[in-house]
Design a protein around this ligand. Sequence first.
Ligand code: BTN
Length: 321
Amino acid sequence: MANDILKLLREKEYVSGEVLAKKLDISRVAVWKQIQKLKGIGYKITSDQNLGYCLISRPDLLLPQEIQRGLSTTYIGKKIFYFSELASTNIIAKEKALHIEERIAEGTLIITERQSAGKGRLGREWFSPAGGIWLSIILYPQLSPSYISRITLMTAVAVVKAIKVCTQIESQIKWPNDVLINEKKVCGILTEMSTELDMINWVVMGIGINANIDIRDFPKDIQKNTTSLKETSGKEISRVELLQTFLQEFEKYYEKLKRKRFPSILKEWKLYSHTLGRKIRVDMGEKIITGEAVDINEEGVLILKKEDSELIKIISGTILQ
Ligand code: BTN
């Protein structure tokens, strides 16, 4: 109901309580109650005795109704679970994906304003205060488990594209999926999935974008390697617009991936690559390997040329420099 009122308030500068009540077939008291509810969420609505209600501004929150308004995707973001605070969107997304009896729709999003226990790759913590974009996307790709690792690279391309479209800022991808601006991390991607023999039960893509966060608010130990879009552009960006653009890009690339058109995505990944052509050190868990990053192959695997010219394939690891 509150959404219907918002819709009507957006159509005209002023709408009277009487008109709202008539159009929605509710009492004027019910209209008033809904208006109070919207004000409680952060919508600024004034009322004039003669003219009625007027929507002045919307809150700077990633509310489902704001994201879905004007979102041109077919299925990504059609259903959104929104929370003002959560431990981790990936945890909730996984719980929902596990519900086989009540299978949640593909493309459902879990979004929160802040996470109290955000998860990073390799069991690390992910600092997630208010002002960022913290979300998870639930997917059921009909691809083989061995093909799906490409989805992380694909998601990074969608993030870079969205940042460029919305803020004109150029960002780069550090293999496999860190998005950097001026060598500092602005976005991280955490892919979690459940597979069985040769099929995927579900995939949860967790995406964290440091949007409107002041750099001094980050923990001291990550400040030097971290940045935010606000920090880079010198002003707050529209999180709703960035998220909408990202979701549109994501759906476009995900459709390509499902049709196994990864090579065309890889071409773009290479254009945005921060890694290729650099001398790097890769932490592979049991050892650290040094060499030049010469290519990423069609499987999304990093090809490293060691000092003795031997080429080695790196399926997973962390680049140290
Ligand atoms: C990384 O280590 O680079 C991955 C970070 C992923 C963070 C995002 S924020 C939304 C989602 N929920 C989480 O708990 N983690 C991911």
